[in-house]
Design a protein around this ligand. Structure first.
Ligand SMILES: Cc1ncc(COP(=O)(O)O)c(C=O)c1O
Length: 489
């Protein structure tokens, strides 16, 4: 038997033999009643002492994985009597596993929504509509890259910011939105989620305070909680974060970062007003606090005039701007970016390199081909047209099928409609009924600092379903709501 042994390892040789045999027994590679080599033969084969092998066999026998037949040697225990992988009792795991903190992901995050069982579920969750992913064009771009760039596209890419032509393309796109970014200040990340994580790791330590809108993007909250930050919420209204309330918080809580989603905020769809944008940038400057501007869907505007990005208003290097190709293009690309000025940029580049070396070189190059031949702009125009119709269809269906006292916040763009249920109703409770009727949404409690505050709210994604299913889904939601509102006897 060939057992790979690492003689430099701190794990004793007998443990390595034992681990190897255990893995093979539990995975079934060593079948029941297989005779293991005699200890003397195994010791000779592996170049270890016989006592080393005996120790390994003794441990496996005491775990019930092997048994001894008088005078014949050691055999693998039949499967029925073997402990199964993954069904160990809690105390059977090594101590470090037993002590592991596993409750980072909030328990209010109901897995039902992610793994629904209804055969025809209309999910008002997720991001864009996968049916509209530009599959063919992206495939062509991928072919072009492999044909023309070959091996260069398949080695590690640049470690110091990402693929230079893509950084330039992003800087051009941003310039068209009023953000003057030097390509050298653009860092490509693995989705914008990684950009958020990098900024947190570089600027904050456990126990530091971070200001967020309340409610806010649930996975940002999960990230901040997992890093043990003190999360300070500022309420949101139609004009975005209520910046008027911020100054006293800056004075009392001394946050190390302000995280904001100024455009079509997740989950409320609110846009930060122009006046508040200027106030926010000025306050951050005055109190020397960096701003993390998450512009996850700023391009998806259907009505009204675009407001300047905070980054465009920042003259001192206080704002770190984060963008993504997930919402306008495809989340599976996992390509996002950040723009930062000053020493923090180098710190972010280093942090990124330390944690995942680079974002996929092949995909960065493919994305660059796709974006620079202008297909991206036409895809964006098309998506905006379709999503706008869907938003309108959902608002109409809500008016038609939901009770009048449901309050909706119509957004000017983005992906989400935020809704308040009539008094006393809980969106978390409603969800199980809605799932039975075949429709799902994200309950408000996922997004608020105190889950109780979000109970009456829910977030509907209008972008993922075609018009007919939007109407059908809202009808189903109406039916679930009416069931919920019937007084229980
Ligand atoms: C507000 C916001 N920021 C960031 C992200 C992360 O997106 P990605 O990592 O796919 O770029 C999301 C995803 O839904 C989001 O809603």
């Amino acid at each position: 038997m060939r057992i790979p042994l690492d003689r430099q390892s701190l794990i004793p040789l007998y443990k390595q033999i034992e681990n190897y045999l255990r893995d093979n027994i539990l995975s079934g590679s060593l079948e029941a009643d297989t005779r293991l080599p005699a200890t003397r033969a195994m010791a000779k084969d592996l170049g270890v002492s016989r006592i080393t092998v005996q120790n390994a066999y003794m441990d496996l026998e005491s775990e019930g994985l092997i048994y001894n037949r008088e005078g014949s040697g050691a055999y693998v225990m039949p499967a029925l009597s073997l402990p199964k992988r993954g069904v160990k009792s809690e105390t059977a795991w090594p101590l470090w596993q037993q002590d592991l903190k596993t409750d980072v992901l909030s328990p209010r995050f109901s897995p039902q929504v992610l793994n629904p069982s209804h055969p025809d579920l209309i999910a008002f969750t997720g991001v864009g509509d996968p049916q509209h992913f530009p599959l063919r064009d992206f495939y062509k771009a991928l072919q072009t890259v492999i044909r023309t760039e070959g091996i260069d596209a398949l080695v590690y890419g640049e470690f110091d910011g990402g693929y230079p032509p893509l950084r330039e393309t992003i800087a051009h796109v941003l310039a068209s939105q009023g953000i003057q970014a030097d390509p050298g200040q653009v860092l490509i990340t693995s989705g914008s989620q990684q950009a958020l994580s990098l900024v947190c790791q570089v600027l904050l330590k456990p126990g530091d305070a971070i200001v967020v809108e309340d409610p806010t993007y649930n996975f940002a909250l999960e990230l901040f909680r997992s890093l043990d930050f003190k999360i300070v919420g500022v309420p949101v209204d139609k004009g975005g974060m209520q910046v008027e309330l911020l100054e006293s918080l800056l004075q009392q809580r001394h946050p190390s970062l302000i995280y904001t989603i100024p455009n079509f905020q997740n989950p409320t769809g609110a846009c930060l007003s122009g006046v508040r944008r200027r106030q926010l940038v000025a306050l951050a400057d005055c109190y020397d606090v960096p701003i993390l501007e998450d512009d996850f869907a700023g391009d998806l505007r259907y009505d009204g005039r675009a407001q300047p990005a905070l980054k465009a208003l920042d003259t001192v290097g206080n704002v770190i701007y984060v963008g993504t190709f997930s919402k306008m293009l495809m989340p599976g690309l996992r390509i996002g970016y950040l723009v930062a000025d000053g020493p923090v940029f180098d710190a972010l580049v280093d942090c990124k390199r330390v944690h995942d070396l680079t974002t996929s070189n092949l995909l960065q190059r493919t994305l660059n081909v796709y974006v620079s031949v202008g297909r991206y702009q036409s895809h964006l125009r098309r998506s905006s047209r379709i999503y706008r119709q869907r938003r309108d269809a959902m608002l109409d269906a809500i008016r038609e099928h939901l009770p009048e006292d449901v309050l909706v916040y119509p957004p000017d763009g983005g992906l989400f409609i935020w809704m308040r249920l009539p008094g006393g109703l809980s969106a978390t409770d409603l969800l199980s009924l809605a799932l039975q009727k075949g429709v799902s949404y994200a309950p408000g409690a996922w997004f608020t600092l105190d889950p109780q505050d979000g109970e009456r709210y829910l977030r509907l994604n209008f972008a993922t379903q075609p018009l007919e299913r939007i109407r059908k889904g809202i009808r189903r939601l109406g039916a679930a709501l009416r069931r919920c509102m019937v007084p229980q006897v």
